[in-house]
Design a protein around this ligand. Structure first.
Ligand SMILES: Cc1cc2nc3c(=O)[nH]c(=O)nc-3n(C[C@H](O)[C@H](O)[C@H](O)COP(=O)(O)OP(=O)(O)OC[C@H]3O[C@@H](n4cnc5c(N)ncnc54)[C@H](O)[C@@H]3O)c2cc1C
Length: 405
C-alpha cells in the first residue's frame, strides 16, 4: 500500500490520509489473519491495542463531532479517509466506525433532543450499547419507502407500534432500534411527511426478534426479522418532529452513499494491487501472467474503472461540500461505483484462480459486498430513474444541464 500526498489537497487532509495509511498498512493489514480469529483472547488483546493506538493518534470516530469524542472533521476529509480505511475490512471498527451504529449516531446527533442524546447517543458512542435501523419490510418494497406499512398510532403519552421488519442489521445485538413508522395516512399533499422515526428499546414488550436472515450463506450480520405487536414506547421517543422520518432517512443515506463509494474505491485499489502483484509473481505456460495480453487487459480496464469511479465520487463529494445540489450525482455514483467494483474484484479473482474464491484473501468478501451494494441503499434501477427524471425535468422547464459543473 503506497499512499502519497495529493498536491491539490490541503495539508490537513493529506496529514489525515497519511496517518491513517500508516496504521492500516503497518498494523492492520499485516495482522488480518490474526484479527479474523474472533473469540481468541490474544486476538481481543490485539484489537484493544490497535484501538488504543488509533485514539492516541487522534483518529478515533472520524464521523462524530469532537464533543462526542470524535475527530470533528468535515465531510470531504472523511470521504478521503474512507478510501484508505477500506483497504482492510478490519479498519472501520478499529477506527470506531461500525455500521449501523455510526449511522444511528449521526442521526441522533442531528435529530436527538438533549435527553435522547444522554440516554441513547452517549452509551452508543461509549460502546456500552448497540443499535439497529429498521426500515425495510418483507411485505412492502424497500425501493419505495413511502409504501412502508409499519404503523405507529399515538395513544395518550405513548406510541403503539404494529408491523413487520426485516434486514435490520445488527438487530440481534441491539439494545434499541430506530424504527421507520407510518404515523400519518390522510394527507396526499405531502407524501413524504407521513413517516416518523421512533426509538424502540429491544426489551419492550411487543418487540419480537424472530431470526437473523442469512445473507450469502452467513448469519453473522444479524440482519434481523422483527415483529412489532402492540409495542408501546413513550411519545418522546420520536426522533425529530412528527413526519420528519423520510427527511432523516435521506440525511442518513445521502452522505452515506458518498462514504460507501469511497469505501468501494479503497477496496478496488486493494483488489487491483493484489491482482498486479499476483500477475507478476504467478508463472503460467512459460512466463508470468503479467506477460499475457488477456491479463494486461484486466489491469488496464481495472485502472480505468477505478479512476473513473474515483473522479465521479470526489466530484460529487465536492458538490456536497459546497452545499450544491448533488442528488443526480449521488444516484450516478451509487450505480457506477459498486458496478465498477464488481468488475474490478471479479478480474482480481480470476487472476488469483481458486485462491480468489477462497477465504484466504479478502477478495471473496469484496465480491459479495459489491453485489449487495447494487441493491442495498437503493437499487440501480431506482437511481437510474432518478437521474433521468432530474435531467428531463430541467429540459421540460426550458433549461438545459449545467455542462461542466
Ligand atoms: C446485507 C443487507 C443489509 C441491509 N441492512 C438494512 C438495515 O440495516 N436496515 C434496513 O432497513 N434495511 C436494510 N437492508 C435492506 C435494503 O435497504 C433493501 O433491500 C433495499 O432498500 C431494497 O428493498 P427490497 O429488498 O424491499 O427490494 P424491492 O423494493 O422489492 O426491489 C426489488 C427489485 O426491484 C427492482 N425495482 C425496484 N423499483 C423499480 C423501479 N421503479 N423500476 C424498475 N425496477 C425496480 C430493483 O431491481 C430491485 O432490486 C439491507 C439489505 C441487505 C442485502
Amino acid at each position: 500500500m503506497h499512499i502519497a500526498p495529493i498536491p491539490t489537497l490541503d495539508d490537513e487532509t493529506n496529514q489525515i490520509r497519511l496517518l491513517t495509511a500508516e496504521i492500516v498498512a503497518e498494523h492492520i493489514i499485516p495482522n488480518e489473519h490474526f484479527l479474523m480469529r474472533r473469540g481468541d483472547p490474544d486476538t481481543g488483546k490485539r484489537w484493544a491495542e490497535l484501538i488504543a493506538m488509533v485514539k492516541e493518534r487522534g483518529l478515533w470516530a472520524p464521523h462524530l463531532p469532537e464533543e462526542y469524542g470524535g475527530m470533528g472533521i468535515g465531510f470531504l476529509k472523511l470521504a478521503y479517509m474512507n478510501e484508505i480505511l477500506a483497504w482492510s475490512p478490519y479498519s472501520n471498527p478499529i477506527f470506531g466506525i461500525l455500521a449501523p451504529n455510526s449511522g444511528n449516531q449521526k442521526i441522533l446527533v442531528k435529530y436527538g433532543t438533549p435527553e435522547q442524546k444522554k440516554k441513547w447517543l452517549e452509551p452508543l458512542v461509549a460502546g456500552t450499547m448497540q443499535s439497529c435501523f429498521a426500515m425495510t419490510e418483507p411485505d412492502a418494497p424497500g425501493s419505495d419507502p413511502r409504501s412502508l406499512q409499519t404503523r405507529a398510532v399515538r395513544e395518550g403519552d405513548e406510541w403503539v407500534i404494529n408491523g413487520h421488519k426485516w434486514f435490520s442489521s445488527n438487530a440481534k445485538r441491539a439494545d434499541f432500534a430506530i424504527v421507520m413508522c407510518r404515523t400519518e395516512d390522510a394527507s396526499d399533499a405531502d407524501v413524504n411527511g407521513r413517516m416518523t422515526q421512533i426509538i424502540v428499546p429491544t426489551d419492550t414488550p411487543g418487540f419480537h426478534y424472530i431470526r437473523s436472515v442469512p445473507v450469502w450463506g452467513q448469519e453473522h450480520g444479524h440482519h434481523g426479522e422483527i415483529i412489532f405487536e402492540n409495542c408501546r414506547v413513550p411519545y418522546e421517543n420520536r426522533l425529530g418532529r412528527e413526519g420528519s422520518g423520510h427527511q432523516a432517512a435521506q440525511d442518513r443515506l445521502g452522505a452515506g452513499r458518498v462514504y460507501h463509494c469511497m469505501n468501494c474505491i479503497g477496496q478496488m485499489w486493494r483488489a487491483f494491487d493484489m491482482m498486479v502483484r499476483r500477475a507478476l509473481d504467478r508463472e503460467v505456460h512459460g512466463g508470468p501472467l503479467a506477460d499475457k495480453q488477456f491479463i494486461q487487459g484486466f489491469i488496464a480496464d481495472s485502472y480505468m474503472d477505478i479512476q473513473a469511479a474515483r473522479l465521479m465520487t470526489i466530484r460529487c463529494a465536492e458538490l456536497m461540500e459546497h452545499g450544491l445540489d448533488a442528488r443526480t450525482d449521488i444516484s450516478a455514483i451509487k450505480i457506477f461505483v459498486p458496478n465498477a467494483m464488481h468488475r474490478v474484484v471479479d478480474r482480481a479473482i480470476q487472476v488469483h484462480g481458486a485462491l480468489g474464491v477462497s477465504s484466504e484473501t479478502p477478495l471473496e468478501g469484496m465480491y459479495r459486498g459489491a453485489r449487495t451494494l447494487r441493491l442495498a441503499d437503493g437499487p440501480d434501477e431506482v437511481h437510474r430513474i432518478l437521474i433521468a427524471k432530474n435531467v428531463l425535468k430541467r429540459y421540460r422547464n426550458g433549461e438545459s444541464w449545467d455542462f461542466g459543473l
